[in-house]
Design a protein around this ligand. Structure first.
Ligand code: F6R
Length: 363
């Protein structure tokens, strides 16, 4: 059932190209110029009446939502808030009938996410669910559902479900942009063409997994490390950090690169590993100067960069070039592999990390 892989997690990492293709399949028009989401029951008029969006999710799904917020705000120019589900209800969020609440959940059974969905509906909001499980509680109770076609995810650490959620957010963002005419048709067609290249680009990263195995083996000797990035790179840094924590049990923190000097920089000392993501062109110079800050204090920096970009760091891993909003769908893959190989190097039970369950059905 592991199809020749040592662990479900590794199998699921390698299934991502297929998960991307399956999540896009049937949702892009034959001419490649628009997104077709037949499962969305909202009329164009209802979509035009959306005043604000709230994304609610837990853990890895929340991290996908962070990227989703950037995607939707950038493509549709609708303000988006995001909350972890266990906080959402208790802060008296302002929910009106013109609010669209998007819940994201691989399993569709997470107790806090389900409770948030019910609260949102009770307040009159329309709820869109992005979930991987047909027939799950979340999928049954939401008004609209986009199923991520990642296939069953067995490993506790989520990988292909996360990346499929990113694809779902892109499709939905483009769908909104088309309906609201916030983006030109030609621009949408270009983005869709870039999205269709992602599966092959993930394959190119997977072919270089051995490099990451070596990096992970030296990371596994440390007890503390940092992930830094700006914009969506920060969202991916958070996911990379969570993945590493949950299966390797190595403590790490993800920081917006520019925020380090407001306190955390004090923790940077000789030899501490820092994974720096630097894929966003418009933020390149700014992140570069943050990398220099940590290097000057002795950090050992692994830079995750776009192919062709030269950054002075201790180790460099290049990801294939894509559009800035699509880069999370590539840059997270090396981070998943780092976590996997670090867990392996520490002799942990990769698929069943201590203290954790695949589906969290208590609040
Ligand atoms: C981490 C992980 C968890 C889940 C979270 C939400 O790898 O898997 O953080 O993402 O428990 O689960 P779902 O998406 O099923 O609601």
């Amino acid at each position: 059932e592991k199809a020749g892989f040592d662990h479900f997690m590794l199998k699921e990492i390698y299934e991502q190209p297929k998960a991307y293709r399956d999540t896009m399949m049937g949702r892009i028009s034959a001419d490649g110029r628009s997104v077709e989401l037949k499962e969305i029951g909202m009329t164009p008029e209802q979509i035009r009446s959306i005043r604000n969006i709230q994304i609610v999710a837990c853990g890895t799904a929340y991290h996908a939502g962070m990227v989703g917020k950037t995607i939707i705000e950038s493509l549709a120019r609708i303000p988006v808030e995001i909350d972890v589900a266990s906080e959402y209800r208790y802060r008296s969020p302002i929910i009106t009938p013109e609010t669209l609440v998007i819940v994201v959940s691989q399993s569709g059974e997470t107790a806090d996410t389900l409770a948030a969905l019910r609260e949102a509906k009770r307040c009159g909001a329309r709820v869109l669910a992005i979930t991987n499980v047909v027939g799950s509680s979340v999928s049954r109770e939401a008004n609209d559902v986009i199923i991520t076609q990642a296939g069953p995810e067995i490993a506790v650490a989520s990988t292909k479900a996360y990346t499929s959620q990113l694809i779902a957010f892109m499709l939905y963002g483009l769908f909104l942009a088309d309906t609201l005419a916030t983006r030109e048709k030609d621009w949408i067609a270009d983005v869709l063409a870039s999205m269709q290249k992602l599966p092959d680009q993930v394959e190119m990263i997977l072919e270089r997994a051995q490099v990451l195995k070596q990096v992970a083996e030296s990371l596994a000797k440390h007890n503390n490390l940092f992930f830094i990035g700006r914009g969506v790179d920060f969202a991916v840094a958070q996911e990379g950090s969570l993945k590493l924590k949950e299966i390797s049990y190595i403590h790490s923190e993800a920081y917006p690169a520019g925020e380090l000097k407001h306190g955390t920089l004090a923790l940077i000392e000789e030899g501490i590993p820092v994974v720096a993501l630097i894929t966003q062109e418009d933020l390149y110079e700014k992140t570069l100067s943050n990398i220099k800050e940590v290097k000057a204090r002795g950090a050992h920096v692994l830079g995750l960069v776009n192919e062709g970009s030269e950054v002075e760091v201790d180790e460099l891993f290049a990801i294939p070039c894509t559009l800035p909003l699509l880069s999370p769908a590539l840059s997270v893959v090396p981070l998943q592999l780092l976590a996997y190989y670090a867990s392996l190097a520490r002799g942990n039970d990769v698929d069943k990390p201590r203290n954790l369950a695949k589906s969290v059905t208590v609040e």
